[in-house]
Design a protein. Structure first.
Length: 322
């Protein structure tokens, strides 16, 4: 879910042409959940193969990644690892919310309320280890690099940016700023429903008149994936409290230092390789069509378009040296 800093963080309007040739480190789990929520039948049922296995995430990953490459954007997908212990409470809360939403979904379907059914269904999305493994396999067959983070995926995305291996983090959450991302690109959904925008960390800190450490404190007061926040404190009140140094007057009730540590000293790794390749048509057909019942004609067409775009991007990269 991430922290809500929308009301205080300045956004810059962005055009896809400005991202041409840029490498974006994408929070894979955030993205896959978008697909699981949005790619559904009218009654909310996700796309599935003949064995009843959910395939909405694979459909979204194939076509969005292809569209990003068509726009000249090179994605690197980063997968979450073991969550920090402080996140377990939030994960349990989400699980309970999904359970309640599942009950509401079933009730709405039985009563023929399709609009309500779809609304509740979007809140029931679950990601299994097998689904995650399938997503990684698909990316490999597409020639797109993926990285396994030791803990929070967004923290690892930021690490790639700080090593100049990616230009920005692509996510709908603001957590990347707390982890130190120099740039955050929001709206890479390509759906047209979410405006494409850029958030720059230094510009944000300058506009707010605070340090990154203070921005982390604002987020903690508001509430993060690792704490519930302080009752009655939103982004604006949190910012005021941090700037006026009145944290001692608040009924905080938790250890801020423990949460600060997660954002300021995140668990990341250098044990990865970023390898770009060409889409493997045969493996894509075998995997998506043979195992998951995708249309062979559509997969073949997607694979060939991918290869053409990948070759074009590769040539453009070489042209820079001449």
């Amino acid at each position: 879910m991430g922290v809500n800093l929308k009301d205080i963080v300045p956004h810059q309007a962005l055009d896809f042409e400005q991202l041409h040739g840029k490498t974006i480190a994408i929070d894979a789990l955030n993205t896959l959940y978008q697909f699981l929520a949005s790619i559904r039948q009218p009654d909310g049922t996700p796309l599935m193969n003949s064995k009843g296995e959910v395939t909405s995430h694979l459909t979204g990953l194939l076509y969005r990644t292809s569209n990003l490459l068509n726009l000249g954007i090179k994605p690197i997908y980063v997968f979450d690892g073991e969550p920090p212990k402080l996140k377990h409470h939030e994960l349990a809360r989400r699980a309970e919310f999904k359970k309640e939403s599942l009950e509401e979904w079933e009730r709405a379907k039985q009563e023929g309320r399709l609009d309500d059914a779809l609304k509740h269904a979007k809140r029931t999305s679950r990601m299994t280890d097998e689904m995650m493994d399938d997503a990684k396999k698909l990316l490999g067959y597409m020639g797109i690099p993926s990285i396994q983070a030791p803990s929070e995926g967004e923290a690892q995305c930021v690490h790639l940016c700080l090593k100049n291996e990616a230009w920005a983090v692509g996510s709908q959450d603001y957590d990347a700023l707390l982890f130190g991302a120099p740039r955050l690109v929001k709206g890479l959904t390509l759906s047209g429903k979410i405006e494409l925008s850029l958030v720059e960390l230094q510009a944000t800190l300058q506009a707010l008149g605070i340090t990154r450490e203070q921005l982390v404190d604002v987020a903690i007061l508001v509430g993060t994936d690792f704490n519930d926040g302080v009752r009655g404190i939103g982004p604006k009140k949190g910012l005021k409290a941090v700037k006026e140094n009145t944290l001692g007057e608040l009924d905080i009730g938790f250890d801020m230092d423990e949460i600060r540590e997660i954002f300021l000293k995140p668990n990341v790794t250098d044990d990865y390789a970023i390898t770009w390749g060409l889409a493997d048509e045969n493996r894509l057909v075998e995997f998506l069509c043979g195992r998951h019942d995708f249309s062979q004609a559509r997969v073949v067409n997607a694979a060939r378009e991918l290869v053409a775009r990948q070759k074009a991007l590769s040539q453009q990269s070489l042209d820079r040296w001449f």
